[in-house]
Write a protein that binds this ligand. Structure first.
Ligand SMILES: Cc1ncc(COP(=O)(O)O)c(C=O)c1O
Length: 481
């Protein structure tokens, strides 16, 4: 190809582009700022970096303030030093252990730190890895359970290829990653219903669903909808009894997407982790209460036995070999480095202080919302900093939580209304996930805005919804479903 090729940029065009990038024109006074943001095809010509970045910044700037997004569990603040460190390490590929051995070492340190937080016994040779998030971590936890079940069921003479599929037992308040897992690997998902008294799974509600084809019970430490914890200790005790006569012992995977990084600091005596004999794997999101920006999760297995060899791939590392368990291959190591920074920076006491203060803010919000006297609280930040409420029908309001959700958005607050899952779907809730960057001042501002909007709705003459069905009946679904 030559410079005469019409598809290539000509020397004259290049000269003109250079002239444009003299950085003397103000961004929005420049010729290049007239460029259209590409929608389906690349633009023909490159444009100046500061113009491209400013235009994209403006475009995404319209979508709301992450600090006021109170529906997400995912971190919206890291210290500038952490953000800088992560930015400076974006180019490192986490899978290249041999090329980046020091980064791989930091990942291994994080694995050990988390195992210790979750009371793994190092004599049992616990295993673990970072992932992209809880979803990948849950997939790996579920796959290990499936592989273990297949091997043991075969030995026990159970026909694993019969039309009786393997099953997984989980609360109906599950997050969508488990539905994906079950669908992708053809597993029957056995949903344990919740009821108004038990917005979580108990041994009594769970055990009737367990049988010879159960690959594991998934217990949630932080049900996505409400923030409640499943009764892991009770389920563990029930499984110990069950396993005494079972053909195939049934173990627990704890999906601690949110709670597994709160409980160790706030309720150290609560037994939900590897202290319980049947808890064989645990996953969490580093990017939730692990306090890192999105893109990191962790999964740990209590022992070598808990992680079947077939799930391990070996990569070269420092002249030897390192086990990898991942669904993804390449991804940036910067989140791992960010996680290590937060561990090193905060230490145990720092984490405890942050989680405790976040809980204080959440409980302050609980009180403020209760004081309004028109809501039923379903979760009062009793364990993780999550509160969840519905409108008390006795309050006799003509508006719904969907209307309130709408009004609060005018102040920038994102607190979607949504129905609870199966068995409770007639209850519409709103949920706040308090995070480290929600200060008491912001919480008070929220309460003030909420009060004002309730008054506005009470005084509105045309409001629709409850009476007329004008307002949307479906909003954000917290399960990801
Ligand atoms: C209980 C539970 N499991 C899994 C996930 C998926 O987490 P991630 O977004 O880290 O993949 C979530 C997300 O909210 C969750 O609440």
């Amino acid at each position: 190809m030559t410079v005469k090729d019409s598809k290539l940029v000509t020397t004259e065009e290049l000269a003109e582009m250079d002239a444009q990038t003299s950085y003397t024109s103000p961004i929005f006074g420049s010729y290049a700022s007239d460029v259209e943001m590409p929608e389906t095809e690349l633009n023909k010509m490159p444009i100046e970096p500061r113009i491209a970045s400013e235009m994209i910044r403006e475009y995404i700037g319209t979508e709301g303030n992450a600090h006021q997004n109170l529906c997400t569990f995912v971190q919206t603040y890291m210290e500038p030093e952490a953000a800088e460190l992560m930015k400076d390490t974006l180019e490192k590929n986490a899978i290249d252990k041999d090329e980046y051995p020091m980064t791989a070492d930091l990942e291994n340190r994080c694995v050990k730190i988390i195992q210790n937080l979750w009371h793994a016994n190092q004599d049992e040779q616990p295993m673990g890895t970072s992932t992209v998030g809880s979803s990948e971590a849950c997939m790996l936890g579920g796959l290990a359970a499936l592989f273990r079940w297949k091997a043991l069921a075969k030995k026990a003479g159970i026909d694993i290829y019969s039309d009786h599929r393997p099953n997984l037992v989980i609360t109906s308040g599950y997050q969508v990653c488990w539905e994906k897992f079950c669908r992708y690997w053809d597993i029957e998902m056995r949903l344990v219903p919740m009821d108004a008294e038990h917005l979580y799974m108990t041994p009594e509600s769970c055990m009737p669903f367990v049988d010879d084809h159960t690959i594991c019970v998934v217990a949630l430490l932080g049900i996505t909808y409400t923030g409640c914890y499943d009764d892991v200790k009770g389920i563990d005790a029930a499984l110990t009894e069950y396993n005494k006569t079972a053909k195939v012992p049934v173990r627990i995977h704890v999906d601690g997407a949110s709670g597994a990084m709160v409980a160790p600091f706030i309720e150290p005596d609560l037994e939900w982790d590897f202290r319980l004999d049947n808890v064989w794997s645990i996953s969490t999101s580093g990017h939730k209460y692990g306090l890192v920006y999105p893109g990191i999760g962790w999964v740990m297995w209590r022992s070598k036995e808990a992680l079947p060899e077939d799930l391990i791939f070996w990569v070269s590392y420092l002249g030897g070999e390192e086990a990898t368990m991942a669904i993804n291959f390449s991804r940036s190591a910067s989140q791992i480095i960010g996680q290590y920074y937060v561990f090193m920076r905060n230490g145990f006491e720092g984490y405890k202080e942050i989680q405790k203060r976040t809980l204080d803010v959440a409980r302050h919000l609980v009180q403020g919302i209760k004081d309004l006297g028109i809501f039923i609280m379903y979760e009062e930040a009793s364990e993780i900093p999550i509160l969840c409420w519905s409108l008390d029908p006795k309050a006799g309001k003509k508006w719904t939580l969907y209307d309130l959700d709408d009004r609060l958005r005018m102040h920038g607050w994102q607190i979607p209304a949504y129905p609870l899952p199966e068995n409770m779907q007639d209850v519409t809730c709103q949920r706040i996930v308090a995070r480290a960057d929600l200060s008491m001042t912001m919480a008070d501002k929220f309460l003030k805005d909420m009060k004002a909007e309730i008054a506005n709705l009470d005084n509105a003459t045309v409001i629709g919804s409850a009476d007329t069905n004008i307002a949307p009946k479906k909003s954000f679904d917290h399960s990801g479903r």
